[in-house]
Every structure is written in C-alpha cells, then in structure tokens.
Write a protein that binds this ligand. Structure first.
Ligand code: F6R
Length: 611
C-alpha cells in the first residue's frame, strides 16, 4: 500500500528519499514521486511504474536539495498515472503533499475549493484536495503548521499526510489519523516515514506518531502536538531489527527466503514464551486466571492469511481451552453488529498491525466492552498500541507481499494461547499440555529438515505450472490450511484456485471437477484420514489429478492420490505448522515457472491501510 518518506538535514534528500522508497517497494505500489524544496521553490517529479523509472527520470535534472518528501502510490481514487501520482501541489506550486489513506469527503472539499477559491484540479485523486486546502490556509496564515491544522479540521477519513512549503524550507509538517506515521531521529537530520523499514538504514531511534497528532520535523528538532495543539512528550522507540533482515540474503525472492526462515521464527516465538521448566509464560500479558474464568466467548478476527491462522486457532482453543470461538473476517465483523460484551475476549491477528479493517473491528469490539488481545508481528504498530495486551510473533520483518513466516508464527501463538488457557483453567490435563508443548518444540527442526527436500516440490511444480485451476480440500485444521494454500497459489501465480471443506465438495463444487482438474488434498489428521481418502476417491473418479499431503506413517494414501507429499510425523493438532510448507513452496515454484513477479503480485499491497 502507499508509502511515505520525508527527509530534512544536510544530506542529499533525493537520494535518501529514493532509497527509503525502494525499501517500501515490497508494500506494493503503481507509481512514485518526490518533491524537493530548494531556493524558495518546490520541484516535483513523479511517474507511473517502478521507482527505477522515477530514478531514471530525475537523474539528469537539477534535483538536489536537503529537504523533501516522497511517496509510493497504490491506486484507490483514479488509475495509476503520472498525474495521479504523489506529491500533489496547490495551484501556485508553493505547497506539496504526500498522503496515505482516503479522504472520505473529498468530493465536498473539491466543490468548496472550486467554488470559493477557483481551484482547478489536475488529478482524479482524493489526495490533491489536501494540497489545495493547505495552500488556501497558507495564504491566510503564512505558517505551514497553522495551515495544516486548518486543512485537517475540514478533512474526514484516514490519513498520514506530509507537507512542505516553498517558503519554509526548514521544516516538514505531518499529521496522522488511522494511518501509520513515524518520525526518525537522526544526527543533524530527521526523517518521516509510513513504515520502519524505510528508515532502518539511517536510524534506529524513532517516535511513533499517535492518532490525531501533528508533527513538525526540523533538521535538529522533532516536535509533536496533540489534537489540542499542546506539545507532547514521547518516549523514543528503539528499533531492534537491522537492515540486513530486510535483504534477500542470496535468495531470488523475499518469499522464498521467508519460507526458509520459518523454523527460526517458530523457534523464536516459542523461546520467548516457554520458561526454564518448559511451561508457557505470558509475561507482559495481563490475563489472569480469574479473567480466563470470566471469558465465555472468543472472537478471532483478521484478514487474509491472518484470518486463516484464526481458522486453525479456533480448533486449538476450542479443543484445549474449551471456550467457544468464532473466527471472523474483520471487514464483516465491523459492520454486522456482533454479539460482544465484557465477557468476550477479542483476539485480532495481524502481521503488520496496521490493517484498517482489523483495526476497525478491534475498535468496535472495544466499544462494546471486549478485552482486546492482539497477535501482531510489527512491534509498536497501531493495533499493538490499541490493544489491552499484545502477543508478539517473532517472525522478523516480512517483506514479500505473500505472507508465510508471519502465518506460521501466528499459528504458534494460537497454540500457546490455547494451551495456556486450557491448562490455567484446569480443563487440559498436565500430561496433554506437556505433550503438545513438546511437539511444538520439535517443529522447527522437523520443518528445517522438510525444507531441505525442496527439490521434489520443484519437480512437481514443473509438472503443474501450466494448470489454470486448482482446488484445495481438507477437514478439521486441514481445512484452514487448505484456505491458506489456495490463497498462496492464487495470489502469486494468478491460477484460479479455491479451497473448500472436503465434506462440502459433494454439495455443489464437485460439479467443477473434470479430467485433469488439480486437487490438493490435505489428509494429515489421523482421526479424519479415512474420510479424506473417500473425498480423494470422489474426485479421482471424476478424473482429477490429486496431490495428497499426509503424515509419513499414512502410506495408504498412495493407493488413491497421484502424488503424495509426506510431512514429518507429529500430533494431529499441530500438523498445520508443517502442512502449510509444501503448499507455500508449490505456490512459489509454480509462480516462478510462470514468470510472475512473486514478491510484488499485481494489484496487491503488503499492508492494507484502506477499506
Ligand atoms: C496474503 C496476505 C494477506 C494478509 C492480510 C492481512 O499472503 O499477506 O492476506 O494476511 O492483508 O494483513 P495483516 O496480517 O498485516 O493484518
């Protein structure tokens, strides 16, 4: 989704901003642009396509200066085009802005600007109104900070906006509402950005800007103001990732690297939650035994892959903790007046911690009295900050748009929470509790070994990559994994793929199965194995080519499936941690063979900060 970088200091703003924007490329974008303030003027260049196009365009231009703002745009209002790319300027070019988010009342504002101020718009975006509004108030107030305040008072929606004025080259003013914004603290220079990775090469100390705050960034000073325009003291947030964690490390794609980082992510997520006696400790999470007894319902709410982790989490929590769980899609939950009260535990799952729908669902649950626990990867993200408690996944920065290691670490959190709740409430016997923890502890090593045999999956991909349709089926926790496998395949290879509970096939979808249809059947659950064999036979009888995923001991599947991928032996409850890996690898290799842009699939963004 859109990215923002701002710089002020003694360095070359163009170079630093372009570098920061490149580090945000993974978020997905379709155009980019930069504005540099110099000698009482603002020079803007922007272009559709990759940042490399922008770089090429400005390399020979007089485009150096020490203050500037840059943007990567992911089109919402208006197609990807040079005109719609940011930065946007006001009529006389004295103000430039970049904007992430959506201005909901932009049509009204356009009318007001046209009628009262004769503004002529050059783009189809909602964002351009911000530049004109600031421009109008700047004429009146002569202060960028004041003009931003005035403009914001008229805007409705979600925004992170950075603005520069030709006549005030010593500052960048930014404001945030429901869209992430950070200020980076440098030496003799300071930064603004939408996301931490943009700044990792330059700074490790940042200020997290809160909702409705305005920040004025000067070369040697960062001043934060609250909604009432009072100065705010903010603790410095120290970033612990290093820039290398965001590099490809010899892999062709971030996605491939991240698939291989899963054993480490699982290990780290477990290590931080298991004490020296091998028991789960939820240090820093304030859920007491009494609280647990008070909870009569859990909502697991998220989007996309994180929602799929919630589907598996439901099985684990209901089984181990005996608490009813409803897993819901955030964009549905937020608008359906869900049954939530103060005995509800609302668990939201999010890699980025910035997904707008998930955040809105969280606020809705909070408003109705629920206790909020979030499972989040990005430390200090908006969702983490608005939650009562945070259970961090320790996946490290996930750059590829297609989520992999965030998913498996989210699953680990689901298991740990479920086991902790069950054991603490006394509904899960100690022997069972310890047995599953032991299984979890063995997972990183098993997964590591499994990933070493990637060659066989590449061979399979070579056989399948020209298929145009795929079905994923499973039962129990495998059903949740089917959804995730199907999403991985469709989002990076563009194969029309969908997942369905295996038992549902015969209620309609089986009509689509014909000679050569590709069916991936997850059959890792001992209890449901025979049922899955029947489902495999049903699709085989209609000519499907079936790939079975099963545990090493379940050889019977070979009699029915055309090809079997065995995962290491483990407890039924935790097979999703292993079963998803072949699906991720298959999707990756198929997409690679089809020549797809794996880390940046078309139309997708890493962090979805719009509705
Ligand atoms: C798919 C994928 C998305 C995200 C979804 C939620 O591979 O990554 O479906 O899972 O957009 O994002 P987060 O987890 O950041 O809330």
């Amino acid at each position: 989704m859109c990215g923002i970088v701002g710089y002020i200091g003694d360095g070359n703003a163009r170079k630093i901003i372009l570098d920061g924007l490149k580090r945000l490329e993974y978020r997905g974008y379709d155009s980019s642009g930069v504005a540099i303030v110099k000698n009482g003027r603002i020079v803007v260049e922007k272009t559709v396509g990759r940042i490399a196009n922008l770089e090429e365009k400005i390399i020979s231009l007089p485009f150096d200066g020490n203050v500037g703002i840059g943007h990567t745009r992911w089109a919402t209002h208006g197609a990807p085009s040079d005109a719609n790319a940011h930065p946007h300027m006001n009529g006389d070019g004295s103000i430039a802005v970049v904007h992430n988010g959506i201005i909901e009342n932009y049509v009204e504002l356009q009318e007001w600007l046209r009628e009262k101020h004769g503004v002529v718009f050059k783009s189809e975006t909602d964002s351009e109104v911000i530049a004109h509004l600031i421009g109008v108030f700047y004429k009146d107030k002569g202060s960028l900070l004041e003009a931003v305040y005035q403009a914001v008072s008229m805007m409705r929606g979600a925004y992170a906006v950075c603005a520069v004025a030709a006549a005030e080259p010593d500052k960048i003013v930014a404001v945030r509402k429901d869209t992430p914004l950070i200020a980076g603290i440098g030496e003799d220079c300071n930064f603004l950005a939408s996301d931490i990775p943009a700044l990792l090469k330059y700074v490790k100390k940042i200020y997290l800007i809160e909702n409705n705050e305005t920040v004025m960034v000067e070369k040697n000073r960062i001043t934060i103001f609250d909604e009432g325009r009072k100065r705010v003291r903010r603790d410095v947030f120290n970033v612990t990732w290093n820039a290398d964690a965001a590099e490809k490390d010899g892999y062709d794609h971030f996605m491939h690297k991240e698939i291989h980082e899963q054993p480490k992510g699982i290990f780290e997520t477990l290590r931080r939650r298991l004490d020296e006696n091998g028991l789960i400790c939820l240090d820093g999470i304030s859920l007491t035994k009494e609280d647990l007894f008070g909870i009569n319902k859990i909502y697991l709410v998220a989007c996309g892959t994180a929602y799929h982790a919630g589907l598996v989490g439901k099985y684990a929590i209901e089984k181990f903790a005996g608490i009813p769980v409803e897993t819901d899609i955030a964009s549905e939950f937020r608008y359906r007046d869900p049954f939530v009260d103060d005995r509800t535990l609302f668990i939201c799952v999010s890699q980025s911690g910035e997904t707008l729908d998930t955040m809105a669902a969280l606020r809705e649950a909070k408003r109705k009295g629920a206790r909020i626990l979030s499972v989040v990867n990005v430390v200090g993200s908006s969702i983490a900050r608005e939650s009562d408690d945070v259970f961090y996944t320790w996946a490290g920065p996930e750059i590829a748009v297609a989520s992999t290691k965030a998913y498996t670490t989210q699953l680990v959190c689901m298991y740990l929470l479920a086991l902790y709740m069950g054991y603490t409430k006394g509904v899960l016997p100690e022997g069972e509790y310890r047995r599953i923890i032991e299984e979890l502890r063995e997972t990183p090593e098993k997964l590591e070994k499994f990933l070493e045999n990637e060659g066989s999956i590449l061979k399979l991909a070579k056989k399948l990559y020209k298929k145009e349709q795929a079905f994923f089926i499973g039962r129990g926790p495998d059903c949740g994994v089917s959804y995730e496998g199907s999403l991985k395949l469709k989002e990076i290879s563009y194969i029309n793929s969908f997942a369905i509970a295996a038992g549902e096939l015969k209620h309609g979808t089986i009509a689509l199965i014909e000679e050569g249809s590709l069916v991936v059947a997850l059959a890792t659950q001992d209890r449901l194995f025979k049922k899955m064999l029947s489902n495999i036979q049903e699709v085989k009888a209609r000519g499907a080519y079936v790939i079975g995923i099963a545990k090493e001991s379940n050889h019977e599947i070979e009699q029915h499936a055309d090809y079997v991928i065995y995962i290491p032996e483990t407890a039924d409850e935790v097979t999703p941690l292993l079963a998803v890996a072949p699906l991720q690898l298959l999707a990756y290799h198929i997409a690679k063979l089809r020549g797809c842009d794996i880390d940046k699939p078309k139309n997708l963004a890493k962090s979805v900060t719009v509705e």
